[in-house]
Unconditional design. Structure first.
Length: 357
């Protein structure tokens, strides 16, 4: 497993990370705490040392599971968590977004509780969770710097979401010197705003790194969602419209050349190719796929060592993306592509509207 540095923080992350949202909720299938701990242990054994959780995942459950899984192995792990959602005083309604709170007193309490659940005295990366740009005030940034200077946090990040967008927030994370990383949805089919952030980092000569989540485009690029798949109502991927999957299956066929079994340097699965496409960007420090079981861990963690995309392959993907993979119909996703109010997305020339949820 190869490693990359987060910005210039000195914190190294494995190129493939473990997104611990999967072990804190039932949105990607049910599993016992014992099974969840076993998944984390399998990932560590496979060299996946970057573990990314958040206090809101299962309302603390994910952090507790991670704390158990890394007990005795803390020095092997680059541990990340997120704070900013006030789930302590608000009920969860399905997959809906909870109110956010960045008041200093709240953040201090939330961070202490996260450290307790993780059973550690520090985290390697602390991220603000989906914070609105106007709420990340100088006072908030001062508090983050205090934690970093005290050693309780080694690096700082800004995790964007919940849907595709949040352009102003990502740009701020790149501009503000406190932040070492920006986390966003980024994959071969959903390249914006990830590519925008990569370009902004290059243009500004920023040290900020990108952490890419949803690298498999919600089941398309790992082919776990096929025309024969029936998604249950509780499955987090079921919020995607059927038109989006239908166009996605056509796109997958258009990029079959990425998994050519006769590749001169060895074989590469579609799942691995999707990760390698992201890692072709030097600004991407780590990719966090949604591992569902040990087979996923074994295959996707190996993506760090399979042949990278050639320049010709990368350019061919670029050409296909520019033509929308030669698909001329609506994928039904416009209402799910969002920013805080959509204005920054529109100003950037991206054809996305504010989300309806």
């Amino acid at each position: 497993m190869q490693r990359r540095e987060l910005g210039n923080s000195g914190v190294e992350v494995s190129e493939i990370g473990f997104g611990a949202w999967v072990v804190g909720t039932d949105w990607w299938g049910d599993r016992s705490d014992e099974q969840a701990v076993g998944m984390v242990e399998d990932a560590l054994d496979a060299g996946v040392t970057y573990v990314d959780t958040g206090d809101v995942y299962g309302h603390g459950d994910s952090e507790e599971i991670i704390g158990k899984a890394i007990d005795g192995r803390r020095d092997e792990v680059t541990l990340a968590t997120k704070i900013g959602y006030d789930f302590y005083n608000n009920p969860q309604a399905g997959h809906g977004e909870l109110p956010k709170e960045l008041d200093r007193e709240y953040l201090e309490t939330a961070f202490e509780r996260s450290l307790d659940r993780l059973d550690t005295d520090h985290v390697d990366l602390l991220q603000l969770h989906n914070a609105n740009v106007d709420d990340v005030t100088p006072e908030v940034r001062d508090l983050l710097r205090e934690w970093k200077e005290s050693g309780r946090v080694r690096a700082l990040g800004w995790a964007l979401g919940p849907s595709i967008g949040w352009l102003a927030e990502g740009d701020a994370a790149i501009e503000y010197e406190e932040f070492d990383a920006v986390q966003t949805v980024f994959n071969l089919f959903e390249q914006q705003p990830g590519r925008h952030f990569v370009d902004a980092i290059r243009d500004s000569d920023s040290d900020t790194s990108v952490i890419a989540r949803v690298p498999h485009s919600s089941g398309l690029l790992n082919e776990q969602v096929t025309p024969d798949t029936v998604l249950e109502d509780g499955d987090h991927r079921s919020h995607r419209p059927k038109e989006w999957y239908e166009t996605g299956w056509e796109k997958v066929e258009a990029i079959r050349f990425l998994e050519d079994p006769d590749h001169a340097d060895g074989t590469r699965t579609m799942s691995q190719a999707a990760i390698r496409w992201l890692l072709a960007h030097d600004e991407v420090a780590s990719v966090t796929p949604t591992f569902r079981d040990s087979d996923d861990i074994a295959e996707w963690s190996a993506a760090s060592e399979v042949p990278p995309l050639s320049d010709a392959e990368y350019d061919r993907v670029d050409e296909l993306y520019a033509r929308n993979f030669d698909i001329d119909r609506d994928d039904g996703m416009d209402v799910l592509r969002t920013s805080v109010d959509g204005e920054d997305i529109e100003a950037a020339g991206l054809d996305k509207r504010a989300a309806s949820y």
